[in-house]
Design a protein around this ligand. Sequence first.
Ligand code: F3S
Length: 118
Amino acid sequence: MPHVVTARCVGCRYTDCAAVCPVDCFFEVADPAMLVIDPDTCIDCELCVTACPVHAIYPEDEVPDVYQEWIEKNAELVADAENITEQKEPLPTARDLEVVQAEEKEKGWDVEEPSNAS
Ligand code: F3S
């Protein structure tokens, strides 16, 4: 059961996750601008969950209903993505967690945070 990067990452791409991953399972996607996890490589160590400033990463069995499609999308998008193992500057469009949560509320979504997020 791998971990999954959700749409919270799109337009943020903080990359803290890639820097802490012990098995180098993060890949950078150009469109949408984000990282995804290679589900065949992830070992469920959970280090990335606490590293992400916007709580974009969930264990597969905790992915909120509104982000379920991202389980498949991580597996699909990784095929054309570049492996990334070091931190780099976030995107200029990066938001903080409060802004991301406010955007979800505006859509009428009530999104649970990952249970291990700090
Ligand atoms: Fe995205 Fe969070 Fe990693 S915003 S790039 S999942 S640290």
